[in-house]
Design a protein around this ligand. Sequence first.
Ligand SMILES: Nc1ncnc2c1ncn2[C@@H]1O[C@H](COP(=O)(O)OP(=O)(O)OP(=O)(O)O)[C@@H](O)[C@H]1O
Ligand SMILES: [Mg+2]
Length: 412
Amino acid sequence: MGRLVGIDFGTTNCSMAYLDQGKPKVILDKDRYKTIPSVVYYYKKSDEIRLMVGRAARSKFVENPFCTIHSIKRFIGKSFEMEEIKQAQERYYYIIEKNEKADSHQQDIMIKINEYDMAISPVEIATYIFRYLKQTAESFLKETVDEVVITMPTTYQTRYAQAIRQIAENVGLNVVGMLTETNATAYAFGYINRGDHTIAVYDLGGGTFDFSLFRRVPGGYEELATLGEAWLGGDDFDYTIMQYLIREFKNSTRNKRFADGKVYKDGITLTNKDVLRAIQDEAEKAKIALSETETTLIHVSKVIPEIDPSVDLNLKLSRDVLEYVVSDLVEKSITIALDAQENGFTLDPKLKLDALLLVGGQSRMPKIKQRLRETFGDIIFDQILPEEGVAIGAAIYGNVLKVVQKRKQEPQ
Ligand SMILES: Nc1ncnc2c1ncn2[C@@H]1O[C@H](COP(=O)(O)OP(=O)(O)OP(=O)(O)O)[C@@H](O)[C@H]1O
Ligand SMILES: [Mg+2]
């Protein structure tokens, strides 16, 4: 029998962990990265349609966004008529269609790739990602992986869980358990901290935000409250920074004469889609850099090729400005966190938090930590890395399940 692996299947990135002689460890991919982008890229080679998964696929987004399928987790277990799908249609470059032939038991969302005249279901795309995860884990561990615990979002759990079990089965993985991402994070904390405790988990990933409160109970955790927002995450930060860069560029071109001979009184609004994608990509890089440094330079070349091919976008962005630009998003997450805490108080007026755990890449932003400290006090627990907590917790939970199972099988 192979090894049990905990899988955090994220909207943006996946990560995996396992227990090595009882100690949780994160699985690295062939390039030694801890996370694997949840992206599949379709391309043609020698008249054959092929695909790549993970980091290589993600790097194709700026070049060919119509064939770069990301954020597929949003569609798992959903139906075409749902509000979330409409929002995805507005935001994503690839085409999302309704499968008219689907019966009431089947999922009716299809991803269309016009370039190759093909339509693929989200389950199929996720299956490619899971196959890649299994291969990555097996080549890292040098043994077969056949059992997994998979984490899930805090909403749409029943249909999501059904679909994920199917996807895992498609690649030969037996799902021994599922739990929410925030609940898994609690298990990662419980591994380090024995004894009774009440904790909060702030999970700000690429696409979604969740805030949950948990109390340690015998054998696991009781969820006291959970609130979240389906469209609040790093992607929104990137988009907001991009809008700021566009505004700044417009201001800097006001009343200036360009190679086309015209003077632009109000400045130039960037509209070229290729340029906008490149700016969004640079916005994300700058945002990540500013979690470590105070200033960073943003450069995108040839942003107005039709007007003046010699013009580049060059801008120095400071951490202060970044914090100002995205303050609404940060505050939105804090408000949701406070509302969740309020719900917890309704249940237990004496509720007191012993620790606050931060997961999701976007929670690395220093301003977020500062605001959380101001709001909840000095209780941030920083021994769990934001990229690792969910997968590690899943692996620990898997182990708990196996111990329970073993006990049941032993003669009384
Ligand atoms: N150092 C950093 N500072 C700020 N943001 C970061 C940093 N590192 C990563 N991010 C952001 O974190 C986001 C990805 O987070 P993560 O990988 O946790 O998402 P996910 O788990 O796939 O998404 P979800 O939880 O919504 O399903 C991206 O928007 C990325 O830009
Ligand atoms: Mg996540």
